[in-house]
Design a protein around this ligand. Structure first.
Ligand SMILES: O=C(O)C1=C[C@@H](OP(=O)(O)O)[C@@H](O)[C@H](O)C1
Ligand SMILES: C=C(OP(=O)(O)O)C(=O)O
Length: 442
């Protein structure tokens, strides 16, 4: 694991984004491709795999449980599935670094195994809430110990007899839904999860794509144990959450025209486009197509004057990782942007409401955090030093802010950009951002 204390991004003001590029593979789909590929019969060949630290942590965890995995080599990964009952006890704790998705999904999966296991992570992950999965899993019969305050490490006892559950999630979380569905593969009877609002559905899609029977109706997903997963080919689209920085950057800076290729357009992920369009952004969806059960398109984005909006609450779960970038867009918009119903942002890799409000204020923008959101008044970025608090999405969002700043923006604690977007500095530089990475402390 890299030390998040050591990397600083320095971005000079101005610049324009121009040309075309493909951002790295979707993080959510890459995690699931390894997990389901490992549990499948036969081989799974993945292309476009995200070689970021989060997905590499998942890959290593499955290797540690005896799964043979070749790669990644230029986005290609080859997983030799061991079947639903073929995982082996790992030798030590499984360290999933910064990745909430790995920890929460694997908590469900490991609850159904015959062996004991322990999941740990880095300083950020060990502060994040895990009761949202451990409580319903315990109701299914899982035996999981956490720290007193419900945070990692998670110690999971093997050999538990799991019972299906009919669970109404109190929060809209794809990680909770997926965790319970993965446990459901091992539980007696039926496991049903109902969501209060639509969340990303990659787990359901991929299970079905691997030939597992999954029923879906009215916000509810159900499955039963006893099926088999059949390995296959997975083409991972570019991550719309990584494309988001460029959608915002090319909207706020003058004279930009950027084409983002092969972007995942799953309707449970496209809230960023809907919100930016409400703000007046010029984004065209070109050549829509379907690749391996997931919709994909090219996105053409051009500079446009943005206006502040009230963000419709139903779009919040559909853009949940894109709010740091959207806050930068809001800071460049005319008028006020109001976000509500987004308290989940406070328990991501950082408290994204607080950390973004602090950084925006440092850069001369009026930003008022509220318990479940933020109010941002459009203005002019000055420049200065902000702290990403080791949060990859905060770091990349402030990098884009420099396109409209008066003086350079210096962003501290940026090593975790590699968790979701390896090569960000190089790609953003090629597209026209005046960005440099400095190593070795402040
Ligand atoms: O299932 C997933 O792959 C993810 C779900 C979301 O988390 P929540 O389920 O906590 O909303 C999202 O923030 C995370 O980056 C990835
Ligand atoms: C919240 C995120 O990821 P995770 O929960 O997997 O750490 C993210 O990538 O923004």
């Amino acid at each position: 694991m890299t030390d998040p204390q050591e990397v600083i991004l320095q971005v000079e003001p101005g610049g324009r984004l121009h040309g075309q590029c493909r951002v790295p593979g979707d993080k959510s789909i890459s995690h699931r491709a390894i997990m389901l590929g490992a549990l499948a019969e036969g081989e799974t060949r993945i292309t476009g795999f995200l070689e970021g630290e989060d997905c590499l942590a998942t890959l290593k965890a499955f290797r540690a449980m005896g799964v043979e995995i070749d790669g990644p080599e230029k986005g290609q990964v080859h997983v030799r599935g061991v079947g639903l009952h073929g995982l082996k006890a790992p030798e030590g704790a499984l360290d999933v670094g910064n990745s909430g998705t790995s920890m929460r999904l694997m908590a469900g999966l490991l609850s159904g195994q015959a062996f004991d296991s322990t999941l740990t992570g880095d300083a950020s992950l060990t502060r994040r809430p895990m009761r949202r999965v451990t409580e319903p899993l315990a109701r299914m019969g899982a035996r999981i110990r956490t720290s007193d305050d419900g945070t990692p490490p998670l110690c999971i006892e093997g050999g538990a007899l799991l019972q299906g559950i009919d669970y109404r999630m109190p929060i809209a979380s794809a990680q909770v839904k997926s965790s319970l569905l993965l446990a459901g593969l091992y539980a007696q009877g039926q496991t049903c999860v109902t969501e209060p609002a639509p969340t990303r559905d990659h787990t359901e899609r991929m299970l079905a794509g691997f030939g597992y029977r999954v029923q879906r109706h009215d916000g509810c997903v159900c499955l039963r144990r006893g099926g088999q997963l059949q390995g296959g080919v997975i083409d991972v689209p570019a991550d719309i959450s990584s494309a988001a920085f460029f959608l915002v950057g090319a909207s706020i800076a003058p004279d930009c025209e950027l084409r983002l290729e092969h972007v995942g357009m799953n309707p449970t992920r496209t809230g960023i486009i809907d919100i930016l369009k409400l703000m007046g952004a010029d984004i065209q969806v070109e050549n829509p197509r379907e690749v391996g059960g997931e919709p994909v398109a090219d996105l053409l984005v051009r500079s446009a004057p943005l206006r502040g909006v009230r963000i419709p609450p139903e779009l919040v779960p559909l853009a949940i990782d894109e709010f740091p970038a959207l806050f930068v867009a809001a800071a460049c918009a005319q008028g006020e942007t109001v976000l509500t119903d987004a308290e989940e942002l406070r328990v991501k890799e950082s408290d994204r409401i607080q950390v973004m409000a602090e950084g925006l204020t440092t850069l001369g923008i009026r930003a008022r955090p509220t318990p479940d959101g933020i109010v941002i008044e459009g203005g002019q970025f000055t420049g200065g030093t902000v702290d990403s608090h080791g949060d990859h999405r905060v770091a990349m969002s402030f990098a884009m802010a420099a396109l409209r700043a008066q003086t350079p923006i210096r962003i501290r604690h940026c090593a975790n950009v590699n968790t979701s977007f390896p090569g960000f500095v190089q790609l953003a530089g090629r597209m026209g951002l005046n960005i440099q990475q400095q190593e070795g402390g402040a």
